[in-house]
Design a protein around this ligand. Sequence first.
Ligand code: NAD
Length: 481
Amino acid sequence: MKRYWQNFIDGAWVDGSAGRINVTDPATAEVIAEHALADAGDVDQAVQAARRVHLSGVLTDMRPIERGRLVHAMGRYLLEHIDDIAQTLTLEQGKPLWESRIEVEGAALYFEYYGNQASTVEGRSIPLGKGYFDWTEYEPFGVSAQIIPWNYPVEMTARSLSAALATGNTCVIKSPEMTPLTNAWFAQAAQAVGLPDGAVNVLCGLGHEAGAALAAHRHVNQIVFTGSVPTGIAIATAAAGNVVPCVLELGGKSAAIVHDDADLEAFENDIRWGIYFNAGQVCSAMSRVIVHESRESELLERAEKIAKSLSVGPGIERTEFGANMGAMVSDAQRDRAAGMIARAEEQGAKVVTGGRKLNRPGAFLEPTVLANVTPDMKIAQQEVFGPVLSVLSFRDEAEAIEIANGTDYGLVGGVFTADLDRATRAARQIRAGQVFVNEWYAGGVETPFGGYGKSGYGREKGREALWNYVQTKNVAVRLKG
Ligand code: NAD
């Protein structure tokens, strides 16, 4: 592991004017590297470089299919370096090595998907009668600022960077303080495929300093943010100050409604992935299950079995796909989750299994299942962002929907039933940007993703996300004849 990692501004690897930050392996609590920290001046240099490239027209003049090829090649670069990226990701973030490989593969998929679509962003012609010729076209905004969270640092950057480049924007990426290392490969990829210096800039800095400076920079033309609600509000406020659009993806408290006719054996898999993948640090995690009272005890037994089947320990030792979980990203995040469990117990929730820190160094929390959770409890309202499943029960369909919709969030939701009518009704009634029927996380890079309510606005993934990165221009021509 390289001990010191720099920022990448205007095609050069540079130190940070705000010094350095330690990067810690959450599985051992040991410092594994230092990363350069950018200040507002560094952010300004990166934005100016991105702006210069944008104004030069080098990306916008290019035939889109060729731009798409560059984007595509960046994904291949990631796959060529998957061993190194995955290992670094596990060491900085804590997830099992096999999960890190899945993340890198997922990141590459974004470059493939959006690279393929660069040439499909087509305008239309609008009939205005004799003497006129009118068309629309989509132009990139210019400089896209992308502020990245620590839970999926590789996939989140890939998601916005690939779509932004495919549509001809230039980018400044603010990597997360806790997990900045793996973002270096995006800079390397940009260099390797031959993007011009300044087209992709990657810097790490403190949120309230470099992040805030980037969000408020007057030459940033569009912002993408994934993270917490308070930070999302700060960023939207900064964006409003410059009248630029932003996409906000702010997490959730997503619920699966499990009906009396659901296949609970199959649902074990949804519990496994829905709340214990990445130790539950997933914005669209299945953090609540709302089960029909007639199946509650059976579901709790199955959830307990799944939670207990997972071995918890250092991600770097967990090389093979299997029943295991790594560390959370930091002791602070782990303690926050453990504190939320303790408060839930005080409010009357019952710990069915888990709930404790592991008795060893590292940010480990047992996979946890909570029963007797009621909708008014904090644990049922607030995002834990950890491996903690809250189980609530319902008597009739209307109550299930009311509980599911009873938080400030609205990122995703799920319904599990053998009855298609019931599933369709629920899909219409659940207030969320994405509804899963009979499989949590069904969908992929092709399906639009984003929130209702405090989960944010704008959509990532799918064709829909492309329109975040372009603005419509109409050209109306008065002809002589
Ligand atoms: P955060 O929102 O504070 O940080 C996310 C990113 O925003 C980081 O890159 C950070 O440096 C930057 N940032 C922070 N303050 C900023 C500001 N004022 N202006 C511009 N950028 C700023 O999130 P966090 O502290 O890393 O995590 C806190 C909580 O956020 C978590 O417990 C979790 O609930 C939630 N979260 C959600 C997601 C998600 O995928 N939706 C991801 C990470 C965290």
